[in-house]
Write a protein that binds this ligand. Structure first.
Ligand code: SF4
Length: 453
């Protein structure tokens, strides 16, 4: 099981990683804030409210919109596969690749395929997955996972990437971004031209007319979707939106929040196969989403459009980086999705990986109340009793009784000042990850009374 505390400790002592994270997240936040300011605060807040309302309505009637979407896609000749689990989704794609006789597939960036571990499943079946998004290509070369939802290689500096290319591709060292991109493009171009299957994610799917929307900057997704004869799109069931008229709201919010752009370079709207001889498949993934949907508090986590802004602004993410979180979704949204999708035991430390400053909630383009969800998850972890030190549990019980009795509170606040300071240096379960503040020399009541004299 992933040990968040140990990983956080290790990464906090990695100065190079912290510098890279600080630079990257600051740049992302700065670019985002510039394009939001250009739009104007009022317009921005209106867009956020509108997006929240659209998502709220969609999630409230998700079954109806998904059925509409399926009906329209089927009319257009798209084969729709409902995958309840990751294993079902992977198996469907593997069988498809085998039927097509594909020894490899080209892939564009998709957190949903990361979530289902499609790459290891394909490899186990003897099919080579080739990531074609530059960031994903870099992390695949490094044998790692993405550390960020929209910027997979955010944890790597330019020099790290240069050394990686030199080592893995056998080229001369260069840290010139244009040259590195050119090298990756040359390596990938031949794969695009010969691939039998292309796999992509989906940013939005429009229920009223069965359009799949993919947004990107490198055109690699467009090549994955158009050059091979078979295109397999994989999307979580929450990505549906009711109408085409809702799309512009998200197209204005997502690039600004994700990459600080007014608009992404490419927006592809796919309606069935583009020509005869081509086939389009859509894998609709549940993988725990229905359970989330049934939870009245947490179903709002399904509003997420995976922009990654909450990661960039989170003081914890900025310091420890995405790999520390132990699963595909890092940062505040990951600290909610991991315990919900992978189980409370697996993600028990994550809700505590937050200062509860609320910056994630303030920045979220669809107004998910992230920090309160984290707080409620903390309650769930504590109530489950998992990993709670007995002494901490007794201390908290005593604290609760004391806090609701003025007399006991007064006595306790005097008592703690008589205890030697070292008594607070080690409190099991508490001081392992934080300091216990020394009691103030005077209580507030004493200071107040003195001020009245
Ligand atoms: S929770 Fe909000 S801010 Fe975070 S990735 Fe999702 S949409 Fe973006």
């Amino acid at each position: 099981m992933h040990d968040f505390k140990q990983a956080a400790h290790d990464n906090l002592t990695n100065t190079h990683l912290r510098q890279t994270l600080r630079k990257s997240t600051r740049t992302s936040l700065l670019k985002r804030s510039q394009v939001v300011q250009e739009l104007g605060e009022d317009t921005w807040q209106q867009l956020r409210r509108r997006a929240h309302q659209i998502k709220k309505e969609t999630i409230a009637h998700l079954d109806e919109y998904l059925e509409q979407l399926e009906a329209h896609l089927t009319e257009q000749g798209v084969q729709v596969f409902w995958a309840e689990t990751a294993a079902e989704a992977n198996d469907y794609i593997i069988q498809l690749a085998k039927r097509e006789g594909a020894s490899f597939v080209v892939k564009s960036k998709s957190m949903t395929t990361e979530e289902i571990d499609l790459n290891p499943a394909l490899q186990a079946a003897g099919i080579n997955p080739i990531e074609t998004d530059l960031g994903e290509y870099i992390v695949q070369l490094a044998g790692e996972r993405p550390s960020h939802i929209t910027a997979p290689a955010l944890h790597k500096s330019r020099e790290d990437i240069a050394r990686l290319f030199q080592e893995k591709l056998g080229i001369d060292y260069t840290d010139n971004p244009q040259e590195l991109t050119k090298i990756a493009r040359q390596k990938l171009r031949q794969k695009f031209l010969t691939a039998k299957i292309g796999v992509s994610g989906v940013n939005f799917a429009i229920a009223e007319n069965g359009t799949l929307v993919v947004i990107e900057n490198e055109a690699n997704a467009r090549l994955c979707m158009t050059l091979p004869d078979v295109h397999v799109a994989v999307m979580g069931i929450e990505k549906v939106i009711p109408k085409l008229e809702h799309l512009p709201t998200f197209l204005r919010l997502l690039p600004r929040s994700a990459t600080g752009q007014k608009f992404t370079s490419y927006v592809s709207l796919i309606r069935g196969a583009q020509s005869s001889g081509k086939a389009v498949h859509l894998v609709l993934l549940d993988n725990g989403r229905s359970e989330m949907l049934a939870d009245p508090r947490f179903h709002q986590a399904l509003y997420c459009i995976r922009c990654g802004a909450c990661l960039n602004t989170c003081p914890v993410y900025q310091r420890v980086g995405g790999h520390t979180y132990g699963w595909v979704y890092p940062g505040p949204i990951g600290a909610i999705l991991t315990p919900k999708y992978q189980g409370l035991t697996q993600g028990k430390d994550l809700p505590f990986a937050s200062s509860l400053c609320g910056s994630c909630t303030d920045i979220c383009p669809v107004q998910i109340d992230l920090h309160h969800l984290l707080l409620w998850l903390r309650q769930a972890v504590v109530s489950s009793g998992s990993d709670r030190h007995l002494i901490e549990a007794v201390a908290m019980k005593f604290w609760t009784i004391t806090m609701i009795s003025p007399l006991l509170y007064r006595l306790a606040s005097r008592l703690v000042r008589w205890l030697p300071q070292r008594a607070f240096h080690y409190i099991p379960g508490w001081t392992e990850t934080r300091d216990f503040p020394s009691p103030a020399p005077k209580t507030f009541r004493e200071i107040w009374n003195e001020s009245l004299k």
